[in-house]
Design a protein around this ligand. Structure first.
Ligand code: SF4
Length: 103
């Protein structure tokens, strides 16, 4: 069972996205020390606002486009969900090739 879950977590498709999003929610809520440590110690690079992470599983209803057609979060700040704040927090979570963050 564990091997199957690990395999799905590495799949690019919708099932993999759902598993990673569930993992992100779980670890963000119950193992936040691991998440924060991984971000501080392992994450390199920066967000370049491609907006791709806002379309994982479903397109976020708060995803907007600015005057230059760049994506932006309409609730950026205190209201931004925890799942969005920590993306991506480790190599498994980092599923978008174009993302500016690397592990
Ligand atoms: S996928 Fe990466 S670079 Fe693109 S908006 Fe999300 S965090 Fe930023």
């Amino acid at each position: 069972m564990r091997q199957w879950i690990d395999k799905v977590l590495r799949q690019k498709g919708l099932l993999g996205q759902i598993f990673r999003k569930t993992r992100r929610s779980y670890l963000g809520a119950f193992q936040s020390e691991y998440v924060e440590k991984s971000i501080v110690e392992n994450r390199k690079g920066e967000c370049h606002r491609c907006g791709r992470c806002c379309e994982l599983v479903i397109k976020c209803p708060f995803l907007g486009k600015d005057a230059e057609d760049l994506p932006y979060c309409r609730i950026y700040g205190e209201l931004r969900p925890a799942n969005c704040r920590i993306y991506p927090f480790d190599a498994i979570d980092s599923e978008i090739d174009e993302c500016g963050f690397r592990f």
